[in-house]
Write a protein that binds this ligand. Structure first.
Ligand SMILES: [Cu+2]
Length: 253
């Protein structure tokens, strides 16, 4: 269960670790554009978002509508924490101020509505990428998209998606976080981070991330999580080296 005391995030150490050669590994299949491959003189920023001590349990949500498709209950995707590493999944990591060209993805990004869940829960895409919202469930969903927060005045679009409407296509034309919510099934939500630079990642199931090909310099690295908000740290990137950033999340006690 999410508790308010997790809202105070404390970011701890940054250490730069020299490596003998340029590392192009991308952890966990995060959405990192190909532009990185061209920047052979860049450095890599990698690290982890984790709970060093206790961590929140995954909330069990009772489902009251469309149980034949949605099931009787679901587990919240807000806090998905690895038992082994205590790493937190679905944190959007961005390197602020690093200059680099972006190119919209050649194929549209997608959010699938499957058994009353949005899949994926969190993703990051380059600005200009089209988004397809797919309904695999054969029941009515309602796609309510907001920009920068769940305030009615932030509504970008609000569309019913009846069972016969398998696909809605939308353009996400601003850089920032889009929030998606289903007005039929209150537990359904998802997030799409739209990026106006190429230096970003989404933490994987171990809380790990890696961003390669970053131009040398000193930057702020931001980590955004749907319930914890944003925290930031400074990192220095050197050509051909790996810089490690660890975001430790501590309870506010
Ligand atoms: Cu729904």
């Amino acid at each position: 269960m999410f508790k308010k005391h997790w809202l105070n995030i404390v970011a701890l150490s940054i250490c730069a670790v020299a490596t003998a050669f340029f590392v192009l590994d991308i952890v966990g299949g995060n959405n990192v554009p190909d532009v990185h491959a061209a920047m052979a003189d860049g450095g890599t920023v990698s690290g982890v978002v984790k709970f060093p001590k206790e961590y929140p349990e995954r909330e069990k949500i009772t489902i009251t509508k469309d149980q034949a498709i949605c099931g009787a209950f679901q587990y919240s995707e807000t806090f998905v924490v690895s038992e082994e590493t205590k790493g937190l999944k679905n944190v959007v990591i961005t390197i602020k101020g690093a200059k680099g060209a972006i190119k919209p993805a050649d194929t549209p990004a997608s959010i699938s509505q499957t058994k009353c869940q949005y899949v994926p829960h969190v993703q990051a895409v380059p600005l200009g990428t089209k988004l397809q919202i797919l309904n695999h469930d054969g029941i009515l969903h309602n796609v309510h998209a907001y920009f920068s927060g769940l305030d009615p005045k932030n509504t970008v679009f609000n569309k019913a998606q009846p069972k016969f409407l398998k696909k809605i296509s939308e353009n996400l034309d601003k850089a920032g976080i889009y929030y998606f919510k289903c007005d039929v099934h209150d537990h359904m939500n998802a997030f799409v981070a739209v990026m106006d630079h190429p230096y970003y990642a989404v933490s994987d199931e171990n809380g790990a991330f890696s961003i390669a090909g970053v131009p040398p310099g000193t930057y702020t690295v931001e980590a955004w999580h749907e319930a914890l908000g944003t925290l930031s740290k400074e990192v220095t990137v050197k050509a051909g080296q790996k810089s490690e950033v660890v975001f430790d999340i501590l309870p506010n006690e």
